[in-house]
Design a protein around this ligand. Structure first.
Ligand code: A2P
Length: 340
């Protein structure tokens, strides 16, 4: 990779994830030849800083991808559905953060710590999907356990930050907290209920089964990334009044018995994981400490004696970084190093 440099486009560069993608490209010293920033008509005339320079934001259109090697998209499912094939036809590889392509059998769904080899499948459609934020951090922590002891079943509860919904949800939580402190009525635009001082067991739309689409992403994407459709998964996904960082309680049943000590050992050498587990000293992963970091933090590891071969753990990561931007840039790094 040392002598190769790439023309990169970031679609949705003005959004929370797109902006962090730019920061990751810079921090990780990605070998760029040029960086093109794309957004909607609303951003016409804006510019954003990158490596000490201001880059003009361009309005996305079908000619935006000429000469681009890798386009990283985070501009919503509709934009991805329409523009990813156009970008791929122009000869660039798309890394897409939306849910539009994740379950397409011809599109790899990649978490670099878990299934980096799957990147090779990009040639089928010219698109690689970045998984759902809650799924990414969970599989980073679960992959080493699956390899050693074969995971049979997962029972998940998530505690997800409002930044996962976008900047408007961050603003809404802030405004509601302020309104309550000042004794004014709370305004609700983004969520159907007040999010300040509340928990909403509702992320994404409801399906006829009673599950949400977010819950089913965790079921289906986990199986696809871990390349094992036999893993049984059930999830309850909850929005909580936290700005940055998703937390998850995960109950794991394995084929082979894992002790608490063995789980610690496996996770201490696992790529992308940091074990934070000293309950006697009130030390465990916290959303406010994971915020701004690229690692996945794991703690509260316990054996679950209510089932055979059960483990409980608490998994926390920055949903905008490892859950979105960092993972997408890591995929681009694999493309740059091995395939382009
Ligand atoms: P814009 O800022 O011009 O609206 P977030 O999820 O934080 O709201 O960010 C969404 C990102 O996706 C923004 O950069 C937004 O650009 C971009 N975006 C949304 N819709 C479109 C579209 N139709 N074409 C191009 N970019 C879009």
């Amino acid at each position: 990779m040392a002598d190769k440099h790439f023309n990169i486009a970031v679609v949705g560069a003005t959004g929370a994830v797109g902006n962090t993608m730019l920061a990751c490209l810079e921090e990780r010293n990605f070998p760029t030849k040029s960086v093109r920033l794309l957004a909607s008509e609303r951003s016409r005339g804006r510019s954003l800083p990158f490596r000490g320079e201001q880059i003009a934001v361009e309005v996305l259109d079908k000619n935006s991808f000429e000469g681009v090697d890798i386009a990283i998209f985070s501009a919503g499912g509709g934009t991805s559905k329409e523009f990813s094939p156009i970008a791929a036809a122009a000869g660039c590889v798309v890394v897409d953060n939306s849910s539009a392509w994740r379950m397409d059998p011809d599109v790899p769904l990649v978490v670099p710590e878990v299934n980096p080899h799957a990147v090779a499948g990009y040639t089928k459609k010219g698109i690689i999907a970045n998984p759902n934020c809650s799924t990414i951090q969970m599989v980073v922590a679960l992959a080493p356990l699956h390899k050693e002891a074969v995971i049979e079943r997962l029972v998940i509860s998530t505690y997800q930050a409002v930044s996962g919904t976008g900047k408007k949800a961050v603003d809404e939580l802030e405004a509601q907290v302020k309104a309550i402190a000042e004794g004014r009525p709370v305004e609700k635009k983004v969520y159907p209920h007040q999010i300040a001082y509340n928990c909403l067991p509702h992320i994404d739309r409801f399906l006829d089964s009673g599950y949400t689409f977010e819950e089913m992403k965790m079921v289906n994407e986990t199986r696809k990334i871990m390349e094992d459709d036999s893993i049984r998964v059930t999830a309850t996904t909850v929005r909580v009044p936290v700005f940055y960082g998703h937390s998850e309680s995960v109950n794991i049943q394995t084929k082979k018995k894992l002790t608490r000590e063995r789980v610690w050992e496996l996770l201490k050498t696992a790529p992308g994981v940091r074990v934070v587990d000293d309950p006697a000293n009130n030390v465990y992963p916290l959303a406010i400490e994971a915020a701004g970091q690229d690692l996945t933090f794991v703690g509260r590891v316990r054996e679950d004696d209510s089932i055979e071969n059960g483990i409980n753990m608490w998994i926390v990561a920055d949903n905008i970084r490892k859950g979105a931007a960092t993972n997408a840039v890591q995929i681009a790094e694999i493309l740059a190093e091995k395939y382009l």
